[in-house]
Design a protein around this ligand. Structure first.
Ligand SMILES: C[S@@+](CC[C@H](N)C(=O)[O-])C[C@H]1O[C@@H](n2cnc3c(N)ncnc32)[C@H](O)[C@@H]1O
Length: 280
C-alpha cells in the first residue's frame, strides 16, 4: 500500500497529473495509439454518450441548450457534441495547459464551441447553469473527487442531467502494489511515483469508485440516478500505464486486450456509466 503523504498536498498532485494529460492529448491529436481508457475512444460508446441528451432530456439538433464537456482533454467528445447538437452551445473545460491548447485549437473557427482553460471547480460557477454536463473519466483525476462531484451537481440547470463515467475497482485489484486508501474521502486510489512521462520525472494518482460508496456520495450531493450502465472503453489506453510500469507480462496482456477489441469493438474494458439528475 502506498502511504498517505502524497495526499496532503492536493495542489501539488493536480500539477503533476497535468503532465500525463498533456502528453496523451498531444499524442491523441495525430493518432489513437496513445489514448485514455475512455469510452470516447470507442465509436459505439461515443455514439451512446451522444444519444443520452436526446433520449433522457429530449434534446434535438434544434435545441438551444448549454452542454458542458468537463475535463474535455483533446476535445474528441466536444467536437462530436457540437456536430450533433448544432443549435446548442458546447463548453469544454480543461485544466492541463497542453491538452487545453490541443482542444482549443480544434475550435478556433467554431460558432458553437468554447473551450475554457482552468480548474473545473473554479470555472463551473461562472458557466452555470448547464443543461447537460458530461464528466467523462475526469473525476478520478481530480485532487478531491467528492468536491468535484458537488461542483458538477451545483452547475446543473433545474432539469439538467449529469453524465458521468468513472473507473470502478478493476485497476486497484489488478495492481494491488500501487493501491492505497484515502481515509478522509473513503475511496481507494492508485498511485505510481517516480514515473517518466515524455522525458520528465513525475507521479500519477487516480481514484477508484466502488459502486456503493459512489451511490452514497450521489445521495449526499442531492443527485439521483436515472440510468446506470456500462460502456466499452478504449483498450489502447491500457498500453500507456504498461509502458510506465515497464512490465513485459502485463504489457503482453494489454496488447492482447487491444487485439481483441480491434476484432470486436465491444470487447474492451468496461467502464461504469451513470446518468444523474438533481433531486427535486
Ligand atoms: C482521463 S482524461 C479524459 C479526457 C476526456 N474526457 C475523455 O474521456 O477522452 C481526464 C481529463 O480531465 C482533465 N482534468 C483533471 N482535473 C481537472 C480539473 N480539475 N478541471 C478541469 N479538467 C481536469 C485532465 O487534464 C484530463 O485531460
Amino acid at each position: 500500500m502506498v502511504g498517505q503523504d502524497s495526499l496532503t498536498d492536493p495542489q501539488q498532485r493536480s500539477e503533476t497529473r497535468t503532465e500525463v494529460a498533456d502528453f496523451i492529448a498531444s499524442q491523441r491529436l495525430d493518432t489513437d495509439s496513445v489514448s485514455w481508457i475512455s469510452p470516447t475512444g470507442v465509436g459505439e460508446s461515443r455514439e451512446e454518450l451522444l444519444q443520452i441528451p436526446a433520449e433522457t432530456a429530449g434534446l434535438t439538433d434544434q435545441s438551444a441548450c448549454r452542454i458542458g464537456d468537463i475535463g474535455c482533454g483533446a476535445g474528441v467528445l466536444t467536437a462530436a457534441l457540437a456536430e450533433r447538437y448544432q443549435s446548442s452551445k458546447v463548453l469544454g473545460i480543461e485544466f492541463a495547459a497542453g491538452a487545453y491548447d490541443v482542444a482549443q485549437g480544434r475550435f478556433v473557427d467554431s460558432e458553437n464551441v468554447v473551450v475554457v482553460g482552468g480548474d473545473a471547480e473554479r470555472v463551473l460557477p461562472e458557466l452555470r447553469p448547464l443543461d447537460v454536463i458530461y464528466a467523462i473519466n475526469m473525476v478520478q483525476d481530480t485532487a478531491d473527487p467528492l468536491r468535484m462531484i458537488r461542483a458538477l451537481a451545483e452547475a446543473l440547470s433545474e432539469d439538467g442531467i449529469l453524465i458521468l463515467t468513472v473507473p470502478d475497482e478493476t485497476a486497484t485489484e489488478l495492481f494491488p502494489e500501487f493501491a492505497g486508501w484515502d481515509e478522509k474521502r473513503e475511496l481507494p486510489y492508485m498511485e505510481m511515483t517516480d514515473i517518466t512521462v515524455d522525458g520528465e520525472q513525475t507521479s500519477w494518482h487516480q481514484y477508484a469508485f466502488p459502486e456503493d460508496r459512489l451511490k452514497t456520495v450521489f445521495e449526499q450531493r442531492g443527485l439521483s440516478v436515472v440510468r446506470q450502465d456500462t460502456l466499452s472503453a478504449d483498450a489502447a489506453g491500457l498500453l500507456y500505464p504498461m509502458e510506465l510500469l515497464d512490465d513485459d507480462e502485463r504489457r503482453e496482456w494489454a496488447e492482447s486486450v487491444v487485439e481483441e477489441q480491434r476484432a470486436n469493438p465491444q470487447a474492451g474494458p468496461e467502464i461504469p456509466l451513470y446518468v444523474l439528475e438533481t433531486e427535486s
